[in-house]
Design a protein around this ligand. Sequence first.
Ligand SMILES: *[C@@H]1O[C@H](CO)[C@@H](O)[C@H](O)[C@H]1NC(C)=O
Ligand SMILES: *[C@@H]1O[C@H](CO)[C@@H](O)[C@H](O)[C@H]1NC(C)=O
Ligand SMILES: *[C@@H]1O[C@H](CO)[C@@H](O)[C@H](O)[C@H]1NC(C)=O
Ligand SMILES: *[C@@H]1O[C@H](CO)[C@@H](O)[C@H](O)[C@H]1NC(C)=O
Ligand SMILES: *[C@@H]1O[C@H](CO)[C@@H](O)[C@H](O)[C@H]1NC(C)=O
Ligand SMILES: *[C@@H]1O[C@H](CO)[C@@H](O)[C@H](O)[C@H]1NC(C)=O
Ligand SMILES: *[C@@H]1O[C@H](CO)[C@@H](O)[C@H](O)[C@H]1NC(C)=O
Ligand SMILES: *[C@@H]1O[C@H](CO)[C@@H](O)[C@H](O)[C@H]1NC(C)=O
Ligand SMILES: *[C@@H]1O[C@H](CO)[C@@H](O)[C@H](O)[C@H]1NC(C)=O
Ligand SMILES: *[C@@H]1O[C@H](CO)[C@@H](O)[C@H](O)[C@H]1NC(C)=O
Ligand SMILES: *[C@@H]1O[C@H](CO)[C@@H](O)[C@H](O)[C@H]1NC(C)=O
Ligand SMILES: *[C@@H]1O[C@H](CO)[C@@H](O)[C@H](O)[C@H]1NC(C)=O
Length: 639
Amino acid sequence: MAIATMTTALPISFFPFLLLIPAICFTICHANSNLLCIQNEREALLKFKNHLIDPSNRLSSWVEGGDCCKWIGVVCHNLTGHVHQLHLAAPLSPYEQSALGGKINPSLLELNHLRTLDLSNNNFSSIHIPKFFGLLESLTYLNLSRAQFQGAIPHNLGNLSKLQYLDLRGNDLKSESLQWVSGLSSLQYLDLSYANLSKATDWLQVTFKHPSLLELHLSACILEDDPYLISVNSSKSLAVLDLSWNSLSSVPKSIFSLHGLVSIDLRFNSLDGPIPDYFGNISFLEVLDLHQNSLSSSIPNSLYSLNHLRFLHLSSNKIGQDISEILQSLSRCCLGSLESLNMADNQLSGHLTYQLGQFKNLSYLSLAQNNISGPIPSSIGELSSLKYFDVSENQLNGTFPLCFGQLESLETLDFVYNLLEGVVIETHFSKLTRLTTLKASHNRLSFEPNSSWIPPFQCQIIELGHWHLGSKFPLWLKFQKELSSLDISHVGISDVMPTWFLNLPTQFEYLNLSYNQLNGGISYLNVTNSIDLSSNRFTGPLPRVLSTLRYLFLSNNSFSGSLSELICNPSLKEMVALYIDINLLTGEIPDCWNHWENLSYLNLGNNNLTGKIPPTLGYTNPCMLNLRNNSMFGELPST
Ligand SMILES: *[C@@H]1O[C@H](CO)[C@@H](O)[C@H](O)[C@H]1NC(C)=O
Ligand SMILES: *[C@@H]1O[C@H](CO)[C@@H](O)[C@H](O)[C@H]1NC(C)=O
Ligand SMILES: *[C@@H]1O[C@H](CO)[C@@H](O)[C@H](O)[C@H]1NC(C)=O
Ligand SMILES: *[C@@H]1O[C@H](CO)[C@@H](O)[C@H](O)[C@H]1NC(C)=O
Ligand SMILES: *[C@@H]1O[C@H](CO)[C@@H](O)[C@H](O)[C@H]1NC(C)=O
Ligand SMILES: *[C@@H]1O[C@H](CO)[C@@H](O)[C@H](O)[C@H]1NC(C)=O
Ligand SMILES: *[C@@H]1O[C@H](CO)[C@@H](O)[C@H](O)[C@H]1NC(C)=O
Ligand SMILES: *[C@@H]1O[C@H](CO)[C@@H](O)[C@H](O)[C@H]1NC(C)=O
Ligand SMILES: *[C@@H]1O[C@H](CO)[C@@H](O)[C@H](O)[C@H]1NC(C)=O
Ligand SMILES: *[C@@H]1O[C@H](CO)[C@@H](O)[C@H](O)[C@H]1NC(C)=O
Ligand SMILES: *[C@@H]1O[C@H](CO)[C@@H](O)[C@H](O)[C@H]1NC(C)=O
Ligand SMILES: *[C@@H]1O[C@H](CO)[C@@H](O)[C@H](O)[C@H]1NC(C)=O
């Protein structure tokens, strides 16, 4: 049988591909078209179908008298005709209601040769995992992930001595002991993520000493620190360990005797104190993820003995160290191997050093939200694999190095909130053809490209707030056909908003043009979520906006005319904040606020509004309401 032979033959480093094997096998086995299935197996499948709820009629090919080996999701052995695999995972499409539900009939036990059973992504919301699954003794692969099963995991599953893959991820399950797992003597892959294992205090003893287990996922299982602290005779086989999203306050000591580990994921726990020295004992470690804990102090030297390290994520901790020290040490162990380094949101200080340019395989680097100062070394231009570079919210100064223009792989460039200064020219972007995100606001840079400049990139996000972009509206934005978020606030533009900009074929979600000297009128703005035009010199009537808009800031302009068209537009139901203070609005506040249910902030102060406060305004229930400095009179309505 393909699944069994192929999986045991593959080396550990091929793990991610193991998951594809059912799909491969499906195509191989489906080629046998001249076989008729075995009659009692066909009957069993029909009985199984009859107890299922199949709202989209996925199993329509499962009919009386048919060749069950040709039915959708059924795979038979090519010589014997026995049903070997049932692939009934629901396709993950939000538009298609194709999840199977109902009851799982024990007729499945007639399928004596069933090796693979995949019921993932279905919706068996009202039932437990059937105990009789423990009698499907030929099973090597059982996938019930995200299928809405409830209740205790039946210990009977522990009878499946041939089972290699057990995936129960993302159900509403619990287990008070994992002793049953030790019965699964062929098990290689176990995923019980999201099961409540708070009572299963034996989880570590059972899983760490399992002799064949290669990959273990116990994410979000409400695990706490191992109360026993006894050493177990640990497995040599375990390569992938995922204990993320639990409540561990220290790294279980026994982890360090799992000498075969390649990947450790302890994200989102409560680990505190220094990073344990012992990670250095796990000599094959390639992936270490300790993101979002409370680890302090500095990276222990022993970690740098791991010369296979590919992926090191220590973000959102309290590591206080000089970044130059870290780069130097990493350059000694992991110069060729390091692909991803994330140390964002710590307390790093010091300067970036030239070594940064030597990590030839680095594709992801985030050092955001630290206190790193000094210049960005120009060796960075040598990082030919770099896709993601984020040094936002630091104290970097000096110029924006020209060599950035060489980073052909770069997709995201983020250095907002630093102290870079000087002139940016077209060459800074010359080879950035893959760039989709450029976030650089809050630096002291200026950029006035030639008016014929066509950017080599198509960005979705551009943030250049507080740059100096010159007095003309940046013409090069005309070529950004994918733009959905643009911040060019506070950049010194003193121009009319060009018509081509209003007519860009792009759907903006977010547009911030505030604090410029833009003038003229605007008839409409096609932005889906948030618009900020405050502190400009716009004139004329208020612009028309889309019904999905949630934030509209038009303060401190010279918009005039009446509020009626905007306020009385019944499709504007999503608005959360509306600021039109310090303008030249006249007339009465219209009495049609009934549909403004989500409004939390309303500022109409400093206009020339007259009349009474309309009663329906009381239905909006904002937490901030400012009508100051107008010419209104009368009593406050009782609403
Ligand atoms: C049947 O499948 C096996 C592998 O499972 C393969 O080696 C063999 O060639 C196949 N036979 C036919 C007739 O397709
Ligand atoms: C189980 O099924 C889910 C969804 O179909 C899939 O993402 C997952 O990789 C499968 N698990 C295994 C171990 O193959
Ligand atoms: C699953 O089915 C139950 C009962 O039919 C239903 O209430 C629930 O919303 C469904 N869940 C999903 C995720 O479709
Ligand atoms: C299967 O497992 C259950 C519970 O662990 C046990 O009571 C039962 O004897 C086992 N059945 C077989 C046939 O091994
Ligand atoms: C987990 O199970 C324990 C005991 O079985 C229970 O007290 C607790 O409320 C459960 N936690 C969650 C989040 O369901
Ligand atoms: C570990 O294995 C050794 C030898 O195989 C044995 O003597 C020892 O009792 C075992 N320890 C534990 C805690 O199982
Ligand atoms: C780590 O390795 C050192 C040296 O081989 C050894 O003395 C120590 O006991 C090991 N620590 C753990 C927790 O396994
Ligand atoms: C660099 O990355 C590539 C692809 O990700 C990998 O095949 C290669 O082994 C890595 N180089 C080193 C020295 O680890
Ligand atoms: C950041 O580093 C500077 C020295 O470069 C230091 O004066 C300042 O206190 C540090 N700030 C924080 C928040 O650590
Ligand atoms: C960068 O800031 C440091 C102080 O943190 C200062 O000594 C240095 O002159 C600055 N460099 C530039 C190029 O402004
Ligand atoms: C902007 O929206 C208006 C009204 O929804 C629509 O008529 C117009 O075609 C849109 N313009 C663009 C460029 O999408
Ligand atoms: C405000 O309205 C009053 C009365 O309608 C008018 O006399 C005055 O000129 C207006 N002021 C402005 C700044 O529009």
